[in-house]
Each structure stands twice: as structure tokens, then as C-alpha cells.
Design a protein around this ligand. Structure first.
Ligand code: EPU
Length: 306
């Protein structure tokens, strides 16, 4: 891990003294992103920053913006397909920003905190509202950006406030009504979520714990949790299930290279070992073509592609 700022003219021009007066921000060059995604797929990131706290993250984003570097924010990489050519520009990982703070019936979480840690704290405090999300992998920031959830509950339902870094460097707090949440989406593309406060309902600790365990069990029963994947690949078309449609069309077990449509749930593509992003994209194309020609439905991607 390097801590000097990358010595690029564009990054440091006119800012040397400024850069030197600040604490160093950790980064690596050509970091292999396959180790940062649940798919286990991805090439190198030209610059890979790991800011230690919010101030460093804001500062990193500012310097990248001023250097004109394309910038990508990485949470836990659980809903992400990264090409094997990798990423030109900067990846800013939120992994070190993982504070959680409970107060009365609210919990405030940094963007890089794991959803499982958030739910564990809610359970410990006997706070109800997040249980249906138990077992969903990912970070708080990523879960908010895509409005992660289940048929009965999405994360937007329990958000009180989100603190954002806007593309031009402003830091603002907004309410959920301003985030334009929809089914597995938000209007927050382009912004970086820094933290969020969740409003939960005081309940009985045992009751919350039982519900968390039950949701986790159901998820493990239906989803291929032990194989490398990025969760559901496609959004469900209105009133239908992408997994059911793909299953009915006989696509379970379809293979491209080392990528396979899961036998357990047809909306999951699993990496059987050495799958490439191209293998996954080829399977995605096959699945889409099959659904379009059989049912006239265009499947929309749920996963993000870099
Ligand atoms: N089904 C099949 N075959 C399959 C998969 C599903 O017949 O291969 C059937 C099931 O038997 C069920 C119906 O399709 O009758 C719906 O399946 P499921 O309950 O698994 O839900 P889903 O619509 O496939 C959604 C979310 C999941 C979330 C579950 C549980 C989307 C795209 N998926 O899946 O979220 O965990 O509900 O509530 O909205 C994710 O977002 O990554 C994700 C996995």
C-alpha cells in the first residue's frame, strides 16, 4: 500500500504544497479488482484509493475530479461486474468508512459499513425494520444506491437521512423523499453516499433476532450463496420474476466459458472458477435474447457493469 499521492502532473499540478500539507491517502497502482468483487472477476484499477475516513474520501474525490480522472466508487463489490481489462482512472474504495452509531431508535452508518453489521447492531439493540434485508451482501452505500431489498421491504423504507457528496464536491444531507428511490434504483447516480441514518422501530431483541435468522435461512435456501456471484443479474420485469422466466425457458445450467446460470436460481450467474467478464456478458446476452424472443420482454440489468 502506497501513501504518497500519485505523482501525476495532472494530479499534483499547482497543488504540491496543498497535497504535502495533508495526511497521506492510501492508494495502490494497478490493483487487481477481482479480489474486490463477489464475482471474483475484474482486471486492474489504474489508481485504487482507500481513504481512511470521510474527510479523506472527500479530498480524494476532489483531487481526482481536478485531475480529470474518471472515478468509480467501490463498496463491497457485491452487485458489480468489472471487465477483465480493468478500469482506467480511479477507484475509491469505501471499505475503511464503517462506523455505526445507534441512538434511541436510529442507527447512523458510514457508507462502507456492511449491511450485515448494520443489521447485527439493529438486532443487538432490538430495533426492527431491517430484518427482511438479512443475508443481502454488500455495503450500506451500495445498498442505498440500488435500493436493495426484497419483495416486502427495501432499504429506502427505513431511511431517515442520507449524507451525500455531489459530483461537484458539495456535501449535503437529504431526506429519502429527495433520493428518487424506485425498484432497485435511486436518483443518486453520480453522487457518493457518505453515510445514512435509519429510523427503526423499538422491538424485542429476541423477536428481531428470530426474524433475522428466518430471513437469512430463506435466502440461503433459494439463492446460491456458496458460489461466487453478484446476486440477481436482472431486475424483475413488472409483475413477473426474471428467475422464473429464465427457469421456464430452460436456461438453468447454461454455460459460457466458466460462467453458469445457477441451477438453484436462474437469475444468478455463478463463477465456476475462472469465468471472465466476457463469459458473463455472453450469458447475459443469451438470456436476454431467449426472453425477448419467447416473451417479448427486455430484461434490464440489476448489476452494475464497469
Ligand atoms: N423462481 C423459479 N425459478 C427460479 C427462480 C425463481 O421458478 O430459478 C420462482 C420462485 O419459485 C418464486 C418466484 O420465481 O415463485 C420468485 O422467486 P424469488 O422468491 O426467488 O424472488 P425473485 O423475484 O427471483 C427477488 C429479488 C431478490 C430477493 C428475492 C427475495 C429481484 C431481481 N430479485 O427475487 O433480490 O432476494 O426477491 O425477496 O428483485 C437481488 O436483488 O440481488 C436479489 C437476489
Amino acid at each position: 500500500m502506497r501513501t504518497d499521492w500519485p505523482n501525476l502532473a495532472a494530479l499534483t499540478a499547482g497543488r504540491q504544497s496543498d497535497a504535502n500539507s495533508r495526511p497521506p491517502i492510501g492508494y495502490a497502482l494497478m490493483e487487481d479488482l477481482s479480489g474486490h468483487t463477489s464475482f471474483g472477476i475484474g482486471g486492474p484499477a489504474e489508481f485504487f484509493f482507500t481513504p481512511a475516513d470521510r474527510a479523506e474520501l472527500v479530498e480524494t474525490a476532489r483531487r481526482c475530479r481536478e485531475a480529470g480522472l474518471p472515478t468509480y466508487v467501490l463498496g463491497k463489490g457485491t452487485n458489480l461486474l468489472v471487465s477483465n481489462e480493468g478500469v482506467k482512472g480511479a477507484v475509491i474504495a469505501t471499505s475503511a468508512l464503517r462506523n455505526l452509531h445507534a441512538e434511541d431508535a436510529t442507527i447512523t452508518a458510514d457508507c462502507g459499513a456492511g449491511l450485515h453489521s448494520l443489521i447485527a447492531l439493529a438486532e443487538e439493540r432490538g430495533l426492527s425494520g431491517l430484518e427482511p434485508l438479512a443475508g443481502i451482501p454488500g455495503s450500506v452505500g451500495g445498498a442505498i444506491k440500488m435500493n436493495a431489498g426484497t419483495a416486502s421491504r427495501c432499504i429506502a423504507n427505513v431511511i431517515e437521512e442520507i449524507t451525500l457528496l455531489t459530483p461537484d464536491g458539495g456535501v449535503f444531507a437529504i431526506g429519502p423523499g429527495e433520493a428518487d428511490f424506485g425498484y432497485r434504483c435511486s436518483g443518486l447516480d453520480g453522487a457518493t453516499i457518505l453515510s445514512a441514518t435509519f429510523r427503526l422501530l423499538p422491538s424485542d431483541r429476541e423477536v428481531v433476532a428470530r426474524s433475522v435468522t428466518e430471513h437469512r435461512r430463506r435466502r440461503a435456501e433459494k439463492h446460491p450463496m456458496t458460489q461466487a456471484s453478484a446476486g440477481c443479474v436482472f431486475k424483475n420485469p413488472p409483475g413477473n420474476s426474471a428467475g422464473r422466466i429464465l427457469d421456464q425457458l430452460g436456461l438453468k445450467g447454461a454455460v459460457e466459458g466458466d460462467a453458469r446460470i445457477s441451477e438453484k436460481h436462474a437469475n444468478f450467474i455463478v463463477n465456476c472458477g475462472r469465468a471472465t467478464a466476457a463469459d458473463v456478458k455472453a450469458l447475459i446476452a443469451r438470456a436476454r435474447e431467449a426472453v425477448l424472443s419467447a416473451q417479448g420482454i427486455v430484461l434490464e440489468l440489476e448489476i452494475e457493469v464497469w
